[in-house]
Write a protein that binds this ligand. Structure first.
Ligand SMILES: C[S@@+](CC[C@H](N)C(=O)[O-])C[C@H]1O[C@@H](n2cnc3c(N)ncnc32)[C@H](O)[C@@H]1O
Length: 225
């Protein structure tokens, strides 16, 4: 381990000079997924995790430090887009599996290319509103992560959590306040989502507003009651 690159509290995530990094798998040597910087130290490639491109990196920058993920964890990722954030989870869960759901055919194409380069991503072209469609592919998972800017995002999240999350698993929902209700102050929108989650038997562990990386967005970390 380089004295420059320090392990963070989350296994597989490293920090250096106020930035977070994950390790590029050997099969992806020199491959940058979204133009992120790659630092090679002692032949290990560290991919910079850009908080302006990934809300998960924004949440880490804002102090999210209590994830229970390990190398072997399984993750259901809703709203995978072309795989920017999925790629970093793929680095972290290098002996685990990511079930990446995306409903736009345009971005799903790039997600499929990413999955071809990596062994731990299963791309699923489907609408997260209908978890019954991918129930035969996705097992019980250690984490459900959702980044979907829809008005009913909290409902999509709780239905998928109820169906797929293991008893002691965690969930993260990235909330876009304006998608909940443009007329509300962001804090009020986050409160509505938190109330929906507690009414559906989830514990709110932490809430992080993502400014200055993402305006009017918050990350909410939850577990089962
Ligand atoms: C903000 S982008 C996600 C960015 C991505 N999470 C990342 O950090 O790399 C939201 C994505 O959710 C997808 N999406 C929206 N509604 C969806 C749904 N009902 N089912 C599946 N994907 C959905 C959109 O097509 C879009 O690609």
């Amino acid at each position: 381990m380089s004295p420059y690159m320090k392990p963070s509290s989350i296994p597989g995530v490293y920090s250096a000079r106020g930035r977070f990094f994950t390790i590029n798998p050997v099969s992806c040597k020199q491959i940058s997924v979204y133009g992120e910087q790659i630092k090679t130290i002692n032949e290990i490639e560290y991919r910079a995790w850009n908080p302006f491109r990934s809300k998960m990196a924004s949440a880490l920058m804002k102090g999210l430090a209590t994830l229970t993920l390990t190398q072997t964890s399984t993750l259901l990722y809703l709203g995978a887009a072309s795989g920017t954030t999925v790629s970093h989870f793929s680095d972290i869960l290098n002996k685990g599996m990511i079930y990446a759901v995306e409903h736009s055919p345009v971005v799903a194409k790039d997600l499929v290319v990413l999955a071809e380069q990596r062994e731990n991503i299963i791309p699923i072209y489907a609408d997260a509103n209908h978890p019954e469609i991918f129930e035969t592919i996705v097992p019980k998972v250690d984490m459900v992560y959702q980044d979907i800017s829809q008005r009913n995002q909290a409902d999509i999240f709780t239905r998928n959590m109820n169906r797929f999350l293991k008893k002691d698993g965690q969930g993260i929902i990235m909330v876009k306040a304006r998608s909940i209700d443009v007329s509300l102050k962001p804090k009020k929108a986050y409160e509505i989502v938190c109330n929906h989650l507690t009414d559906n038997d989830f514990n709110i562990q932490q809430v992080f507003a993502l400014e200055p990386y993402e305006k009017d967005h918050a990350a909410i970390l939850v577990s089962k009651k």
